[in-house]
Design a protein around this ligand. Structure first.
Ligand code: AMP
Ligand code: MG
Length: 401
């Protein structure tokens, strides 16, 4: 049986970046930018007022004081969106709104709260510095300068920035089409009544949610009965349509575990079919026509664990992300833990921080069918030996990050 590290290395070796597409900026959210973006314009595109107030010539206010305010003649008003064609002269002021272009001749704006004014004149009580309350042309970014770097994950702020720079679309790395198939005669959909022997399919939902969490383009092919022919057809179809194909269940040694047989029949290249991981040992990885196939176990906890450990880094690599690995850190055990010999154990825990140190505490049964355990946990610890004592240091990480 191969180790987790060996398995991940094989998976990533077989994973290639998918390529690029140009999308509307709104659809680029959380995708990876595939080109450097240079500014086509200066931002701001003109000297603009940062305040509601009066555009003035700063030298006019040199001798202003409480006792002897300087009085300037108001020549008009400039709203945001307007453009004042004239030239401001000594002894004059223009009322100006936030965002409006500073008129020719003016070199400062005094805030409305700091003056006294009627319709004719504005009185100023203190000298105003040059450039006060003016956002200068090109202050944020100059025309031709680099604004965004290829490889970054696009956040809402980058979408806003692209809009202000006049880019309505962006070149991004493609996201994988992820097909999810759940297998098992015992499975019924969430909307159906529980009848004897049946259980609700939870893996279909958690897998789709895991895929969505990664921004993958997820499609659910539904529950497939434990029937070799039906499963074969579904898998064939999935390989036509998807970049990543995920099944749950049917990869163990049971009489009705057909996933591996289907892969063989299709001619897929099975790279490995079990990994020394708990939960998640029966786990098949195969490659077929440049598509990645992950045959996850049926147990719900094992599904989430193997997805996070193997599918997630592969999907991130496909979509051009540079930071594909789960971030680990040192955790001190808050109590004694037991684990299973010969496999790397991922134990779902509550990680608490005290004075900059992380501590791990139990949250419940680690039986691989108990999703309730994960819902009480915020992290996992990784155990390589059977008995680990309170106070020992191990690696851990937060989940769903
Ligand atoms: P299998 O790997 O198909 O033998 O399934 C292992 C265990 O996981 C069995 O107890 C199944 O009933 C359960 N299981 C399989 N698929 C699902 C699913 N989609 N949702 C919930 N439980 C499942
Ligand atoms: Mg099954």
């Amino acid at each position: 049986m191969i180790t987790i590290e060996e398995a991940l290395e094989i998976v990533l070796k077989e994973t290639k970046v998918l390529g690029f597409e140009t999308v509307n900026i709104l659809n680029s959210l959380n995708k990876v930018l595939a080109e450097d973006i240079y500014s086509k314009d200066n931002l701001p595109p003109f000297d603009k007022s940062a305040m509601d107030g009066y555009a003035i010539i700063s030298d006019d206010t040199e001798n202003a004081s409480e006792e002897k305010p300087v009085k300037l003649k108001i020549k008009g008003t400039i709203k945001a969106g307007d453009f004042y064609k004239g030239q401001l002269k000594c002894g004059e002021a223009l009322k100006i709104m936030t965002g409006a272009p500073v008129p020719n001749g003016a070199d400062a704006v005094i805030q409305i709260e700091n003056v006294e004014a009627d319709n004719e004149e504005v009185a100023i009580f203190n000298p105003v510095e040059k450039n006060k309350n003016i956002l200068n042309l090109g202050e944020e970014i100059k025309k031709g300068d680099i604004a965004l770097l290829s490889g970054m994950t696009i956040r809402p702020s980058e979408i806003g920035l692209m809009a202000s720079l006049g880019f309505s679309s962006a070149k991004v790395f493609k996201v994988p089409k992820m097909i999810v198939i759940t297998t098992g005669d015992e499975l019924i959909d969430v909307s159906e009544e529980l009848i004897s022997g049946k259980i609700r399919d939870c893996n279909g939902y958690s897998l789709m949610a895991l895929g969505k969490n990664l921004q993958a383009d997820v499609k659910f092919y539904g529950i497939v009965r434990d029937d070799m022919d039906v499963l074969f057809k579904k898998m064939q179809e999935a390989f036509e349509e998807g970049d990543i194909i995920i099944t749950s269940g049917g990869v163990s040694a049971g009489d009705y575990d057909f996933v591996e047989n289907c892969l063989k029949e299709l001619g897929a290249d099975i790279k490995f079919s079990s990994v020394a991981i708990k939960p998640g040992k029966p786990f098949t990885f195969a490659k077929y026509k440049d598509k990645l196939f992950f045959g996850l176990p049926g147990n719900p906890l094992a599904v989430i664990n193997t997805f996070e450990q193997f599918v997630s880094p592969a999907a991130k690599k496909m979509m051009g992300k540079s930071d594909i690995h789960n971030k680990q850190f040192k955790v001190i055990l808050g109590e004694d833990f037991k684990s299973v010999k010969g496999r790397t154990n991922y134990v779902y825990v509550n990680i608490e921080e005290k004075d900059g140190i992380y501590y791990a505490y139990k949250v419940g049964s680690q039986s691989s069918n108990q999703l309730l355990t994960i819902s009480k946990a915020n992290g996992i610890i990784i155990l390589d030996k059977e008995m680990v004592k309170a106070g020992e240091e191990v690696n851990g990480r937060f989940i769903f990050k």
